[in-house]
Design a protein around this ligand. Structure first.
Ligand code: ATP
Length: 476
């Protein structure tokens, strides 16, 4: 069963007079292919459970649509959706045996006893608890109880399996074992499964696709490794990885990345228009010990962990109390060194704008423009509003700032389009553009009119940076 979520939004009204409504889920759109195991991941309160409850029918959306294959189920009653739901707290009936608990949904569906027994046994075998059928829940371990809950969800032969933090009540060892179990059961049954967790390691280890959420808003969707290797913003980079990514306050000037005055990386192709304060994210495995390296860390202590050494260090520009570097345990380090120097692996270093915290991936596109009567114009077309006074400006637009729209304000002549992963990369031109070509990165689901050489775009206001045309100083 394919699940399509279109512009799903849930707003809970304020409970107190004059209080604020809670935007639990905002404009969520995802397509989950049939048979996938998808993880909704994010910190407490980010809207994971609300999304799951809307999928199950227990909560109704404020707006947006949910489709199971081609059927619109947005307003369909929960019991008609063919959904199996498993909660964190198992919710088993204490007075019933395991068998009775598993069979319970079938009894409600008035399925004959013999067939019910056979299906309960099949479901119990799938989760490997067929020897425990006569026990009561209090005679089972937490992991076994959770398997009963999963068997009870599977016995209905659901089209979709929804799991809400199913491992939270288990101890560390059982969690590990049960998450492998869930993956095995999901693979065996091929049921499209949505799994809610706030544990990034759990999501990364079992999901085909992860949906990372923050404050009700989807931050990134993709395969776990792809998101780890290519995070969209500081939040996502910080949320994934053990030990977590190291974050430093730094500067990005004329294509050079510096932290604490040391130039630690160069990214050619950027101009002075791209200069800005940045957060520099470096994964722990991104440090390579080199006596002549450009990045100096003050060593606190070194831990040896199997095949790796973990260097626990400090740096005055780090936003966290300690910096963690993971290097091969064969690397010989000078004894009792209080300072070590490193080279940084380019694919383990990410830049994020200090304002907005979005990833800086590509150079800005810079256009000649004007501020006229509270509007930012390029080639005479108003593309954004501003409170700045009238003047000539350079308008910097990051490649992710364009939204294709037939009524959009900015026309671009497109010379090349290429689909890579979940994005479409466009190369285009505009008479007011100061750079050789305009580079745009737009969502892969954007329907581009075929063969059109000119496309129109709207520009996302938070992706625009303005510079005074005379001084080239950034305007804020
Ligand atoms: P957790 O991991 O803690 O379960 P979550 O990511 O599943 O968190 P939700 O339970 O979906 O988050 O809640 C999202 C937001 O909606 C939170 O701010 C929560 O307080 C709010 N919320 C959830 N249910 C209701 C409700 N019935 N009425 C009002 N606000 C609600």
């Amino acid at each position: 069963m394919r699940i399509t979520i279109q512009h799903l939004t849930k707003i809970f009204p304020s409970r107190s007079k004059g209080g604020k409504a809670v935007h639990a889920v905002e404009d969520m759109s995802i397509e989950i292919p049939s048979g996938e195991l998808v993880g909704l991941l994010g910190p407490s309160g980010c809207g994971k459970s609300t999304t799951l409850f809307m999928l199950s029918g227990l909560e109704s959306p404020s707006s947006g649509k949910i489709l199971f294959d081609d059927q619109d189920v947005t307003t369909l009653a929960a019991e008609k959706r063919g959904v199996g739901l498993v909660f964190q707290n198992y919710a088993l009936y204490p007075h019933m045996t395991v068998e009775q608990n598993i069979r319970f949904p079938l009894d409600n569906m008035r399925i004959k006893k013999e067939e019910g027994n056979a299906r309960a046994l099949d479901a119990a075998r799938l989760v490997q608890i067929e020897d425990l059928m006569a026990r009561k829940p209090h005679e089972l371990s937490g992991g076994q109880q959770q398997r009963v809950a999963i068997a009870r969800a599977l016995v209905k032969m659901p089209n979709v399996l929804l799991l809400d933090e199913p491992l939270s009540n288990l101890d560390a060892r059982l969690r590990l074992q049960t998450r492998e179990e869930i993956k095995r059961i999901q693979r065996t049954t091929g049921i499209t499964t949505v799994f809610v967790t706030h544990d990034q390691e759990e999501a990364m280890s079992i999901c085909d696709t992860m949906v990372v959420m923050k404050l009700g808003v989807v931050q990134q969707i993709g395969a776990p490794q792809a998101i780890y290797d290519d995070p969209n913003n500081l939040f996502v980079a910080n949320f994934l990885g053990t030990p977590p990514i190291n974050i430093f306050k730094g500067k990005f000037e004329n294509g050079k990345v510096s932290v604490g005055g040391e130039v630690i990386a160069e990214l050619p192709g950027y101009s002075s228009f791209d200069n800005c304060d940045v957060f520099v994210g470096i994964r722990p495995e991104g440090f390579v010990y080199r006596p002549d390296g450009a990045f100096t860390l003050h060593v606190d202590h070194i831990e040896v962990m199997g095949r790796d050494k973990s260097i626990v260090a400090t740096h005055e520009s780090s936003t966290k109390p300690t910096v963690r570097c993971i290097i091969d345990s064969d690397v010989v380090l000078p004894e009792d060194a209080t300072e070590l120097k490193f080279r940084i692996k380019p694919n383990k270093l990410f830049l994020f704008g200090a304002i907005g915290e979005d990833r800086i991936r590509y150079p800005l596109n810079v256009f000649e423009g004007k501020i006229e009567g509270g509007k930012v114009t390029v080639g005479g077309e108003a593309i954004a509003e501003t409170e700045l006074s009238d003047r000539e400006v350079y308008v910097g637009i990051s490649p992710e700032g364009f939204v294709c729209d037939e009524n959009g304000a900015l026309p671009l002549k497109v010379s090349r389009t290429e689909t890579k992963g979940k994005n479409i990369f466009l190369r285009a031109s505009h008479t007011s553009c100061k750079t050789a070509s305009v580079r745009c990165v737009i969502g892969g689901d954007t329907a581009l009119p075929e063969g059109a050489s000119e496309l129109r775009f709207n520009v996302k206001p938070h992706k625009i940076v303005l510079f005074d045309a005379e001084t080239e100083e950034r305007l804020k």
